[in-house]
Design a protein around this ligand. Structure first.
Ligand SMILES: [Fe+2]
Length: 223
């Protein structure tokens, strides 16, 4: 019964089948990135390797849990639970990086205050500059983590929330889809900047954003 209950969470189908991984196998996404201003190719290359590590470890958790379940579920009960607890760290690390790199694809495209996203952001913050100040302030939070622009469809007048996440998973706002994700771990900028220069890195990232991609994220967040 316990095996059935655990696998019920992991599999989309209730049928138990140890020949299949207990979770979807994730593939590393390939990003076509242009030359960026203020973020070097070496920085991006090293960063992409870390991203690949998160994809690898999401799959690794799935495979290890499957192995333990098949071998001796009772014996591995505690490590299975503890490893599964780590899924949010690895999964969010994977998915957040995909939003991060995706927003740089296609080259910088300026924020458009007349687009649906532009109008909504300006309606809430007054201007792009005001929003950027809020976003930058949060992105300077001490520690390693992420600055997220969320969209809360349950809020009529102020649907955007800028939030901080410790590591990849601590402080994630439940159910809110991402519009923009800024990696604020030191590994995201220390090839180009010192730890005390996070502000320069934040500016560089904002200046390289393809806002057409972010616009699409906004549309997806509303659907
Ligand atoms: Fe990162």
């Amino acid at each position: 019964m316990r095996t059935k209950a655990v696998l019920g969470i992991l599999e989309s189908t209730p049928r138990i089948n140890h020949s299949k991984p207990p979770m979807h196998h994730y593939e590393t996404k390939k990003f076509v990135l242009p030359s960026l201003k203020g973020i070097s190719e070496k920085q991006i290359t090293e960063h992409l390797k870390l991203y690949e590590g998160y994809v690898k470890h999401v799959n690794k958790i799935s495979e290890q849990v499957k192995e333990w379940l098949a071998e001796d579920e009772e014996k591995y009960s505690y490590p299975i639970s503890e490893l599964w607890r780590r899924l949010s760290f690895e999964f969010n690390g994977m998915r957040s990086h995909e939003y991060y790199f995706n927003a740089l694809e296609g080259g910088a495209a300026a924020f458009d205050p007349e687009s649906p996203l532009g109008k909504a952001l300006v309606a809430q913050y007054g201007s792009y500059e005001n929003w950027a100040k809020v976003f930058t302030r949060v992105a300077k939070t001490r520690g390693s983590g992420w600055t997220m622009l969320y969209y809360d469809r349950h809020s009529d007048d102020k649907p955007f929330i800028v939030g901080w996440i410790d590591e990849h998973h601590i402080g994630y706002l439940s159910s809110l889809p991402l519009v923009l994700a800024l990696d604020c771990w030191e590994h995201a900028y220390m090839v180009d900047y010192t730890p005390g220069e996070r502000g320069k890195y934040i500016s560089a990232y904002l200046n390289n954003i393809n806002w057409e991609v972010v616009e699409q994220n906004f549309q997806n967040a509303q659907s």
